[in-house]
Write a protein that binds this ligand. Structure first.
Ligand code: KIV
Length: 267
C-alpha cells in the first residue's frame, strides 16, 4: 500500500507541480473505489444534502449526518486524506461552538481535516483550530452555504472588487493557518493568481486548470446526477444510463422467470 496522504504530501505535490485529486463522496464503497485508484483526498461534502438526501441545497445537513457519512468513508479508505465538511450552523454561532463541533467531528470520525466555507468571518475560528492542531481546509468563491444571499450558483471574482477580496481572503486564510483551499466557480485567471500567490495547495471546482488540483462530486463524475450538469462537471461514464439498463434487465428477468437461474440457486 502507498503511504497515507498527509498535509506534508499535499504540500510536496504542490511544490513539485504535481496535480492533487479530490472527490466528494459520502459512503464506504465509493470511498474504497476512489482510494483504490489513488485519489489523494476525499471530501465528505455537505453536497450530500442534494446528492444523498435529495434536498434543494446544503443548508439542512446536520453535524450528525456529516459524522455518520465521514465514518463510512473512513472505513473505505487506507491511503486518502479525508476531509469532513462542517455543515451550515455548526460554526456560525460562536468561535467556542465552532471549536467544540470541529473537535467532535475529529474525535468521532478520525477525519484528517475539516472544511469551512467563508473568508474574513471565519478567520478567528481557523486560527483557533490551527492552534489546537486541527487541519483546516478553507472554501472561497461560490460558497453554497450562502445560497440565500447568492440566490443561485454564480461565478465569483469577475468584478474587480470581488477579485481583490478573493485574493485578500485567500491570503488571510493561509495566514490564519488553513492547510488547503477549495475555490469554487471562479474565473480561471483569478484562480491562477491565487494559486501562484499561496503556498498552501489550492483545489478548484469550476475554477479552471491552473489550480494545484481538482475536486468533483463522485455522483457527478460517474454520471449518476441527471437533472443538473453545471458547466464545470465532466461525466466520465454515463452511470445513470448503465444503472437503468441493469435495473430494467433485472425487472424483465424476474417478471419472465429468467432470474434466478440454477446458477443463483442452492441445491
Ligand atoms: O460539499 C461539497 O461536496 C463541496 C465540494 C463541491 C467542493 O464543498
Amino acid at each position: 500500500m502507498d503511504k497515507k496522504v498527509s498535509v506534508k504530501t499535499l504540500f510536496k505535490k504542490k511544490k513539485e507541480g504535481k496535480k492533487i485529486t479530490m472527490v466528494s463522496t459520502y459512503d464506504y464503497l465509493s470511498a474504497k473505489f476512489c482510494d483504490e485508484v489513488g485519489i489523494d483526498c476525499l471530501l465528505v461534502g455537505d453536497s450530500l444534502g442534494m446528492v444523498f438526501k435529495g434536498e434543494e441545497n446544503t443548508l439542512g445537513v446536520s453535524l450528525e449526518e456529516i459524522i455518520y457519512h465521514t465514518k463510512a468513508v473512513k472505513k473505505g479508505v487506507k491511503r486518502a486524506f479525508v476531509i469532513a465538511d462542517m455543515p451550515f450552523g455548526s460554526y456560525q454561532v460562536s468561535v467556542e461552538k465552532a471549536i467544540e463541533n470541529a473537535i467532535k467531528v475529529i474525535k468521532e470520525t478520525k477525519a484528517d481535516a475539516v472544511k469551512l466555507e467563508g473568508g474574513k468571518e471565519i478567520l478567528p475560528i481557523v486560527e483557533r483550530l490551527a492552534d489546537i492542531g486541527i487541519a483546516v481546509v478553507g472554501h472561497l468563491g461560490f460558497t453554497p452555504q450562502k445560497i440565500q444571499i447568492f440566490g443561485s450558483a454564480k461565478v465569483v471574482g469577475k468584478r474587480e472588487g470581488e477579485r481583490k477580496r478573493l485574493l485578500e481572503e485567500a491570503l488571510a486564510l493561509e495566514k490564519a493557518g488553513a492547510v488547503m483551499l477549495v475555490l469554487e466557480v471562479t474565473p480561471w485567471d483569478v484562480a491562477k493568481e491565487i494559486t501562484q500567490k499561496l503556498t498552501i495547495p489550492v483545489i478548484g471546482i469550476g475554477a479552471g486548470k491552473y489550480t494545484d488540483g481538482q475536486v468533483l462530486v463522485f455522483h457527478d463524475l460517474v454520471g449518476l446526477v441527471e437533472d443538473i450538469k453545471p458547466r464545470f462537471v465532466k461525466r466520465y461514464v454515463e452511470g445513470s444510463k448503465l444503472f437503468k439498463e441493469a435495473l430494467s434487465q433485472y425487472k424483465k428477468e424476474v417478471e419472465e422467470g429468467i432470474f434466478p437461474s440454477e446458477e443463483q440457486s442452492y441445491e
